[in-house]
Design a protein around this ligand. Structure first.
Ligand SMILES: [Zn+2]
Length: 90
């Protein structure tokens, strides 16, 4: 399954759009600082080992320049799947 990470909105020009983006978890529309991958609630659903990988690979602006990072991509997809599963069983 290919994770649908919506980054299109992050391309919006403007000071506010450059500093925030949407939490990457499916169905979560929370605006968060671009330094973060997910909102706090979703982030803490992700196992700490995965969080480390994502933190190491994630950086603001990555969605714009599209530099490839396989490990990061796999970790991000896994994290989103875990959060989705977690949300489905609440
Ligand atoms: Zn969220």
């Amino acid at each position: 399954m290919k994770a649908d990470i919506d980054t299109s909105q992050d391309r919006v020009k403007g000071s506010e759009a450059m500093k925030t983006h949407k939490c990457q978890a499916e169905g979560c529309g929370q605006r968060i600082d671009i330094k973060h991958f997910m909102c706090t609630r979703h982030w803490f659903m992700v196992p700490v080992t995965l969080r480390r990988v994502i933190k190491a690979g994630y950086r603001p602006g990555r969605v714009i320049d599209k530099l490839p990072s396989k490990v990061y991509d796999v970790a991000a997809v896994a994290a989103l799947a875990i959060v989705k599963n977690n949300e489905a069983h609440r």
